[in-house]
Write a protein that binds this ligand. Structure first.
Ligand SMILES: [Fe+2]
Length: 188
């Protein structure tokens, strides 16, 4: 088992997820630039970043969580601008996440790096520690849902002219425990 990512055997209703992230005041937003503008506003919930949403506020997410109860109470919406890079970091608010592709994720690189030093700086607005980048360990293009080890330094490069959209849903456990959960589901 590689310690960076794991592909779980799950099916996800992408249309339902698009409804979750693209519906504002009952209107479905198709334009990605407008979607980014509407999505990234200071949260009304103190303690949440612009990216974070509360699972309990979305009936589809609550139902989905019932199938995978190790999923935590918060999910993130990531909308990368054209050609945007998120520098090498480790996540602070969770140990691993279920990352779900929605748009153009196959045209962006996700790269893991060796951990060489302590943090450079904490980015409060994104709840992450930027860290020094060591040797490259592994890279992939996300084209299906993946369990992602957010404790290993990683960077995402969107090298194409469209918005890259995904959901990243933190687990209540570490990477190994999440993998064990999905492996035991396969046996059932
Ligand atoms: Fe991250």
């Amino acid at each position: 088992m590689i310690p960076y990512i794991y592909y779980p055997k799950i099916t996800i209703d992408a249309d339902a997820l698009n409804q979750v992230i693209r519906t504002f005041d009952g209107k479905f937003i198709t334009d990605d630039r407008e979607l980014a503008r509407l999505t990234f506003k200071p949260s009304e919930d103190p303690g949440l970043t612009m990216y974070q949403r509360i699972v309990d506020n979305y009936p589809y997410m609550v139902e989905f969580q019932k199938q995978i109860p190790i999923l935590g109470p918060i999910f993130n919406i990531y909308i990368f601008s054209p050609y945007e890079t998120i520098d090498t970091h480790i996540d602070k608010s969770r140990l691993c996440a279920l990352n779900i592709p929605l748009s153009n994720t196959d045209k962006a690189d996700t790269i893991f790096y060796d951990h060489v030093s302590d943090k450079k700086q904490y980015i409060d607005s994104r709840a992450l520690d930027e860290v020094e980048e060591g040797a490259e360990l592994f890279r992939f293009n996300m084209n299906k849902p993946v369990v992602f080890n957010t404790t290993i330094p990683h960077k995402v490069i969107n090298h194409q002219p469209n918005y890259r959209i995904s959901i990243s849903w933190g687990f209540n456990c570490d990477f190994e425990e999440a993998v064990d959960f999905f492996e035991s589901m396969r046996v059932l």
